[in-house]
Design a protein around this ligand. Sequence first.
Ligand code: SAH
Length: 397
Amino acid sequence: MLMATITLRPGKERPVLQHHPWVFSGAIDRVQGRPERGAVVEVHAASGEWLARGCWSAGSQIRARLFTWNPDEPVDGALLRRRIERAVEGRRRLRLLAEDGACRLVYAESDGLPGLVVDHYAGFLVVQLLTQAMTARAADVVQTLITVLAPRGVYERSDADIRDKEGLPSASGVLWGEAPPERLKVRLPGNVWQEVDLRGGQKTGAYLDQAFNRLRVAAYCTGADVLDCFCYTGGFTLAAAHAGAGVITAVDSSEPALEMLRVGLAASNVTTPVEIVSADVFRLLRRYREEGRRFDSIILDPPKFAHAQSQVERATRGYKDINLLAMQLLRPGGILATFSCSGLVPAELFQKVIFGAALDARREAQVIERLAQSPDHPVLLTFPESDYLKGLICRVW
Ligand code: SAH
């Protein structure tokens, strides 16, 4: 079978030589052959030199995703298996692969598997097939996961926005084995138990990228009057309660998420009183300011504000707004744990925004810890886009 060949425009080979895994449509001079959706393609420099091998995404801005820079390595089922095994081994060495635990096993490009995300939740695997290439190889992916991990079931949650850009419809359902129960109890780092809904919850059920940060933040919540904003199913709330928080107010606008938090609290042996508030955080913080409410520790873990470069400015205004309000609600010496999961807002910019918020709030803020995504979401150095979550724990005077 003759493989299709992409030839790059002159001067466009640099990112490929540096092992960045994406080839944008604008970098392509010509395509020889007619690659099918998801087919393997060879990437050549304008000079004709072979550079890499990847998979084609017809019609997408990211026209090809690269899997290997070794001319002797085919992109086939064996590569898939080697990469999945390596990714799983990495998590095993971190001791994250506990039978009753939850962690990300495969983090797409960062694990050499563009378009594939696999999360483990107490024996169930939740899979996201985000590209034409991974969709075309679904059967291979599932078979490999069964062989390597012997799960109870494999469930698909390919309902992320990226599928749109690939011209793929969203898809979810059982791919193999048992269907996950409506609610599943998983043990997170710090022995915090959480209820997850793998079928209907956000992302693949939980925000695993914050698992270790919750423990860091909880360390500042003992005895404190805590406000957990954008709490979802209460990851930070449960960790703070475990750490002996005095009283917690947990806020989110998603009713199903708050219901999971109620169930999670009822099932735990937490004694900290938790007030659950269904509200828009932007409005609620203003109301609390008017009412003169004060807290010792405030957590801000908002959703992604910037989905495109054009939204970065608006996103920074959003971050500034909630951070300014939060600082105004903190007692002197209080703790602000503030996060941004917008990859397009770099850490330096985020810190500048928090600085601006402190100035306007007329408060002095000290950064006492810097946080990033959990180690099961590794940052691939050749792929800076994989570095997206940043957090600052600040003491605010
Ligand atoms: N802190 C959570 C994850 C937060 S994800 C954890 O540790 O698991 C972001 C959450 O923000 C989602 O649950 C979403 O429902 C909520 N959300 C988005 N916009 C909101 C708004 N304006 N007000 C309140 N909640 C909002």
